[in-house]
Design a binder for this molecule. Sequence first.
Ligand SMILES: *[C@@H]1O[C@H](CO)[C@@H](O)[C@H](O)[C@H]1NC(C)=O
Length: 444
Amino acid sequence: MIGGRRETGFSKRDGGGGGQSFCRSRIAAAIFVGIFLGGVFAFFYPDGFFVSSPSVHHSVANSDSEVITSSCASSERINMLKSEFIAASEKNARFKMQIRELTEKLQLAEQRKDNAQKQVLVLGEQQKAGPFGTVKGSRTNPTVVPDESVNPRLAKILEKVAVNRELIVTLANSNVKDMLELWFTNIKRVGIPNYLVFALDEEIASFCQSKDVPVYKRDNDEVKRDQDKNFESIARTGGNHAVSGLKFRILREFLQLGYSVLLSDVDIIYLKNPFNHLYRDSDVESMTDGHNNMTAYGYDDVFDEPTMGWARYAHTMRLWVYNSGFFYIRPTIPSIELLDRVAGRLARENAWDQAVFNEELFFPSYPGYEGLHASRRTMDYYLFMNSKVLFKTVRKDSQLSKLKPVIIHLNYHPDKFPRMKAVVDYYVNGKQDALSPFPDGSDW
Ligand SMILES: *[C@@H]1O[C@H](CO)[C@@H](O)[C@H](O)[C@H]1NC(C)=O
């Protein structure tokens, strides 16, 4: 599957220039002839010349003992045969070497061309490195050219709703109606104008309209254009994980239209305007499932294997996953590639969307796999707070409990709705003991 993806990537687009392909076909022909000759040699001399020479010697020696007395002419012939064999086997070895060299050269040339093309795409122009300490790579990729034709109706809505070409987007069906109401009530209270509910069924669409909440629902033509038979049924009846898979598909259109999206689950309470707390320097800026500096921002996890003695300690790079229920994504090529990769895998595999999201974001390239290499930023876990941080640490800490986060995501707890209401009571209504009744984790 990964190989297939590579094929449709850079390597397929390479095959353009006629001169190039002529040159390549000559190299290919040379390799083919070489391999063919090698095959012929391998067929007639399966053990190879060098291996078979001793047995030649042996049989020659045998015939020697029978023939040597009869004439010295025959020993001359034997010597001649020997040198012919040696010459032939040397030729064979040279052939093999040449094939190997040619193959390596071809591979190298392909790699270089691939890399050169990628560099041109990314950098545009070559530049000299500045002095020590002044060099900084780019993590802020250029945004795509907006393409309204992908969804003109959505484009119109976004023109009205978005501020500075960015907005909050959530997906909802009637299974989460109560949480959705709490979600947009707090967004309105904070005074955030740029948000949109992507309604997955008619009930949610009319509910939002009745509450004066910006809403978009696909009409039948748009669904048909999507050519996905499953979309409607997942949208209407899907549980949490199934709906989560849809969002990567839906997000693509927003990005193609040129908008940055702050993707949000509904089990989130907004306490401040998040757009005042973003860096906007990376393809993906995400809240974390981590709960302290190490787990949120990365650490060296040392693995101990005493039997290795001197080298018993293996160092590993660790990071708690990004939360795919709250992330800011800029409309760049790597971002859209990320959405495509995640949506593609979720369509083929029965996988958890958050796991797939993180794998695509973090695994580097390796033999047989081309990594995504989108740029990433981890959000401050005290500002964009998960419910583990809140209930395990913050509510018990006299300093931290006084600070107001930007959002709180009830991601770590199944009793989302009562905890959401408690968060509002604590941070908005000033009820000091509102969080106390709840245990740190769920009781199962
Ligand atoms: C955790 O990270 C933040 C941000 O880098 C830093 O300001 C803070 O001092 C760190 N805290 C600890 C305990 O290391």
